[in-house]
Design a protein around this ligand. Structure first.
Ligand SMILES: [Zn+2]
Length: 214
């Protein structure tokens, strides 16, 4: 049976995240919300993060500004601010493993993902950096993303899906996706497949040099 882990990036977004939460509750699925630090300037976004946490979802760190990838601006101060300032804002709602997902520039995998300084920071501060392996493009292809996501789930043993709790993304077709996956008999998991875990507990798990800028 194919395993599926769901995550929602780039929120919290008032008007969207609460609806994603009700859909997940109805489907009895626990996910991870990778939040953008800047968005937590809005108390309504903080309230949604709390609501997600209270419902049993995990809260992860998805950088402060989500603007320049860590590998594209390799100085140590940038990495420390992007990661550390967001973690401060998440505070006690953080998953105990300190989940972190880098900004991938539309789900791309490559040397832009991490800098050497970012890797050192993630190791020293004992973050669990996780990537993804199923990015169906909910924000850019409203007609095609559900089919692509289902096909990618069937093509691999364990999918770590990235969707987005922002306007004009997964929300309108999220119930359809969950129904189709449920009907195809997937096993829902909240934890992430080990092959997309880059660092954990101060150790490199699967972080290749090809994901780190020179
Ligand atoms: Zn993102």
């Amino acid at each position: 049976m194919n395993r599926v882990t769901l995550s929602f990036d780039n929120g919290p977004t008032p008007g969207v995240t609460e609806r994603v939460l009700s859909i997940l509750e109805r489907a009895r699925i626990k996910a991870t919300f990778f939040v953008i630090g800047k968005k937590l300037d809005d108390p309504a976004a903080v309230a949604l993060m709390r609501q997600a946490h209270a419902a049993g979802h995990w809260i992860g760190n998805h950088t402060l500004t989500h603007s320049i990838a860590l590998g594209d601006r390799p100085d140590a101060a940038y990495a420390a601010t992007e990661i550390g300032e967001t973690q401060k804002r998440i505070g006690a709602l953080s998953h105990p493993d300190k989940l972190f997902r880098p900004y991938g520039k539309s789900g791309l995998i490559g040397p832009h993902l991490f800098s050497r300084a970012a890797r050192s920071y993630l190791l020293e501060q004992r973050f669990c950096a996780v990537l993804w392996n199923n990015v169906p493009g909910d924000w850019k292809d409203p007609a095609g993303w559900v089919d692509r996501c289902v096909a990618d789930v069937q093509a691999q043993d364990w999918s770590a899906i990235v969707l987005h709790d922002v306007a004009n993304a997964c929300l309108p077709r999220l119930p359809e996706l969950l129904d189709r996956l449920a009907n195809s008999g997937v096993e829902w998991r909240q934890e992430f497949p080990e092959n997309i875990v880059m660092t954990r507990g101060g150790a490199c798990i699967n972080l290749p040099a090809a994901y780190i800028a020179d």
